[in-house]
Design a protein around this ligand. Structure first.
Ligand SMILES: *Cc1c(COP(=O)(O)O)cnc(C)c1O
Length: 384
């Protein structure tokens, strides 16, 4: 229950957006303009995203989930195909693979980085494998160049779930500026927001035209100014008021990322060292990582309370937390595909122990210290 302040301090949400007054006024202008959807602000936002992605073609959609579904369709993935994807991710990856008629082949991940080792992907490849769908984590973007070299050598498509890591950089470039199909999310909890929204980076004009049809009824314009439909497209086009928000948000992305990063550095400076909690990989200067969330693993085996009780105790101190994320193969859908307990021990341990602590641009260093003090108090008094 978001009962509000108990300690006298205001309730601290674990995630949330930051919109400025100029953006709110800009939205009102769009509302007055009469051009509410698939209009000039969508074109402008896509052009700005193209510049951000080093000139690659970008299309915006109503969510990252829509972007992943459309990306799978653009890659021609369907019934009979297998897609290798982590067991520890948000539901989107599993759901959309199943939705296009393909089969998710789950692989386990690393406990700290949550990345899937290339050896595990290699072991999961079969003659039916068509694509790899990795989820990237805040603070631990893997060696993307190595992943692409691996995929190219085996003729596999790559669909990057970069919902959480817009603005992360590999050794060579910004995520989205190279590669195959990259998806971003603009949900209010992500690095920038359009309320709901997402983007898909594609390889060429033919793929962009395919996205245009897939996100809007399958419609293809004909020279005589009538329209044809050759396949059942969806309805995933972004309204202009949302694109208007996105233009301002994208301009502020560097500032947002710098603030998130300094809050994370503050977490690393103040999180209690004597609690046996597992922290994400520590930031190092020039590492190119972005920080959307700060997820810890609770030392449950050494605690007298469970995760729900830990989260309730944080809530009682006016601090919101999240769970990012449940293990996909142990959901009812995952089990219906053959998932079973013990199959992916690391993903299952993360799913049991993970807690998302507050991290967003409207927080102050004092908020971080308050969260760290609450964690120290609860973890020390519940030590077994
Ligand atoms: C948020 C999220 C998504 C889905 O984003 P939407 O825009 O809400 O559809 C997908 N994958 C991951 C890892 C996410 O965190």
């Amino acid at each position: 229950m978001n009962a509000g302040p108990v300690t006298g301090a205001p309730y601290l949400k674990f995630a949330g957006p930051e919109l400025d007054e100029a953006t709110i006024l800009g939205v009102a202008d769009v509302l007055r303009s009469g051009q509410l959807t698939s209009g000039p602000w969508v074109k402008r936002f896509e052009a700005d995203l193209t510049a951000f992605c080093g000139g690659r073609t970008v299309r915006v959609l109503t969510s990252a989930t829509a972007a992943v579904e459309v990306a799978l369709q653009v890659a021609g993935i369907g019934p009979g195909d297998e897609v290798i994807t982590p067991a520890q991710s948000f539901f989107t990856t599993m759901n959309m693979i199943v939705k296009v008629g393909a089969r998710p082949v789950f692989v386990d991940c690393d406990l700290v980085t949550r990345n899937v080792p290339l050896a595990a992907i290699e072991a999961a490849v079969t003659p039916r494998t068509k694509a790899i769908l990795p989820t990237y984590w805040p603070g631990s973007l893997p060696d993307v160049d190595a992943l692409y070299a691996f995929a190219r050598a085996r003729g596999l498509r790559v669909i990057e779930d970069a919902a959480l890591v817009m603005g992360s950089r590999s050794r060579t470039q910004t995520l989205g500026a190279a590669g195959d199909l990259t998806t971003f999310s603009f949900h209010p909890n992500k690095n920038i927001t359009t309320i709901e929204g997402g983007a898909l980076v594609v390889n060429d004009a033919a793929e962009a035209a395919r996205v245009d049809a897939l996100r809007f009824h399958g419609i293809v314009p004909l020279p005589d100014r009538t329209r044809d439909v050759a396949f059942p497209g969806g309805k995933f086009n972004l309204p202009d008021i949302q694109a208007r928000i996105g233009v301002d948000q994208l301009a502020r992305l560097p500032e947002f990322l710098a603030r998130r990063r300094s809050l994370v550095e503050h977490y690393f400076a103040h999180f209690p060292r004597d609690t046996d909690a597992v922290l994400p990989p520590a930031p190092t200067p020039g590492d190119g990582q972005s920080w959307n969330m700060f997820c810890i693993l609770l030392p449950l085996a050494r605690m007298t309370i469970d995760r729900k009780q830990f989260r309730d105790a944080m809530e009682a101190r006016g601090i919101g937390t999240g769970v990012s994320y449940e293990a996909l193969h142990l959901t009812t859908l995952g089990r219906s595909l053959g998932g079973r307990d013990g199959q992916f021990p690391v993903s299952e341990r993360i799913a049991r122990e993970t807690v998302t602590l507050p991290l967003h641009t409207r927080m102050t260093p004092a908020d971080v210290e308050r969260v760290c003090a609450a964690c120290a108090d609860i973890l020390r008094t519940s030590r077994r």
